[in-house]
Design a protein around this ligand. Structure first.
Ligand code: GKR
Ligand code: MG
Length: 412
């Protein structure tokens, strides 16, 4: 199973104006699709970030993997490490940069290995512990549409009633049984009110709030105490491990993160200072599916619970996330996904992935269990070429409409 060819295709798809602490989503979200082809003619799929610097590294590394066996993950890691070197891909550490680049190749190679063995990827990760993976309704404050464009079908959500309405829409369509609200957009008291309104409207559904580190330690403690009995966990209220540790010691619910623990070197200090109770796994930056399972084992050892992080993504990622979550016994919280916001746009053929009562049944076909839709890939690549966006920049886009906007953390 020797790698003979790797195709790397950047794509763009429409994205609604979702608000967050960094600003607002631009009209197009970017991803990179990786296709690995072996000497036996098997093809595997991977999906990763679309920012141009990352895309450049993925392209460069693709060349270096030609000729390797699809099972040689350690050699792939070593080769990618040499190429990524100390050069920055816009992220914090060298290790994280390597893991981010390795991930789509690792997933594509597992896809091939699953196809060759006639088994789904979940079986290569230890076998499934759940038949379907629950996801949460991921709510965002949002504008009705992008400025100067028609409103989208999701409507406006700029206050409690808009947020409750959005939750109803997503829950009705997908059957979600958990809710996550993206905060860090309005002063905390407004977001506390929206969280309470969600709790009143859906008292039986677990709730999370994630302001992406927009609050000071003091604000985080105040909000955490006020939402006692309402939040399942509070995600990244404040920046950094020391700040999170201070908050964690003073609030009643566990703290979760996809910000202060994003690479191995963050784990020891976060565990020692009891900064987090929940780690949001994400195979896109933890080096693929197998390395993510190792992180899950570490979390189990140290008593951390697990959920899963997402960014705007397509179906190859959703399939990979579902296989990983289905094979991870201690990933017991519903995972995050941006899938509803992509509103049917995809690079995979329809049918393999669906939501049943808020959960995605684990695809049963070999490998990832999804097939590329070549026409859709070509169309989304054309969109990429035309859209004029080379890297996600929520802050600059927001500043076009609100020049005084600042993404400063902690803002409140
Ligand atoms: O899509 O705006 C967004 C989210 O805020 C995303 O960028 C975050 O990485 O979903 C993520 C999170 O949980 O922090
Ligand atoms: Mg988060």
């Amino acid at each position: 199973m020797i790698i003979r060819q790797i195709l790397v295709t950047p794509v763009a798809f429409r994205d609604p104006p979702l608000l967050n602490a960094a600003g607002v989503h631009e009209p197009w979200a970017l991803r990179t699709i990786v296709e690995v082809v072996t000497d036996e003619g098997l093809t595997g799929l991977g999906e990763t970030y679309g920012d141009v610097r990352h895309l450049g590294k993925v392209r460069e590394c693709a060349q270096a993997l030609i000729g390797l066996d699809v099972r040689a993950t350690n050699t792939m890691y070593a080769r990618i490490s040499t190429i990524v070197g100390d050069s920055s891909t816009g992220v914090t550490t060298k290790e994280k940069s390597i893991d981010r680049v390795l991930s789509p190749f690792e997933v594509a190679c597992l896809d091939i290995r699953g196809k060759a063995a006639g088994v789904p990827i979940v079986d290569l990760l230890g076998g499934q512990v759940r038949d379907a993976v629950p996801y949460s309704a991921y709510l965002f404050y949002k504008w009705a549409g992008h400025p100067n464009q028609e409103p989208d079908r999701f409507g406006t959500a700029l206050d409690e009633s808009g947020i409750v309405e959005q939750a109803s829409l997503l829950i009705k369509q997908y059957g979600f049984r958990s809710i996550k609200l993206k905060g860090g957009v309005f002063p905390p008291d407004q977001e506390v009110a929206a969280t309470k309104a969600l709790h009143a409207a859906f008292p039986e559904l677990p709730l999370r709030l994630d302001p992406n580190a927009a609050w000071t330690v003091e604000t985080s403690i105040r909000v955490g105490r006020e939402l006692d009995g309402i939040l399942q966990y509070l995600e990244d209220p404040t920046p950094g491990i020391p700040g999170m540790a201070e908050v964690a010691a003073a609030v009643p619910m566990p703290l979760a993160t996809n910000m202060c623990v994003v690479t191995h070197e963050h784990l020891p200090p976060a565990i020692a200072s009891r900064a987090i109770g929940v780690l949001l796994l994400d195979h896109h930056y933890w080096g693929g599916l197998v390395r993510s399972s190792h992180v899950a084992t570490l979390c189990d050892t140290f008593g951390l619970a697990m959920s899963m992080h997402s960014n705007s993504h397509l179906g190859i990622s959703l399939a990979a996330m579902t296989h990983l979550a289905a094979a991870t016994p201690n990933l017991t919280f519903a995972c995050d996904t941006h899938t509803p916001w992509q509103d049917g746009q995809d690079v995979i053929q329809p049918g393999a992935l669906r939501f049943v009562d808020g959960a995605v049944p684990v695809p049963t076909g070999p490998g990832l269990g999804v097939e590329l839709d070549r026409d859709a890939l070509a169309h989304m690549n054309e969109q990429y070429e035309k859209c004029g966006i080379l890297a996600r920049d929520d802050t600059s886009y927001m500043q076009r409409f609100d020049p005084a906007f600042s993404a400063r953390r902690s803002r409140w």
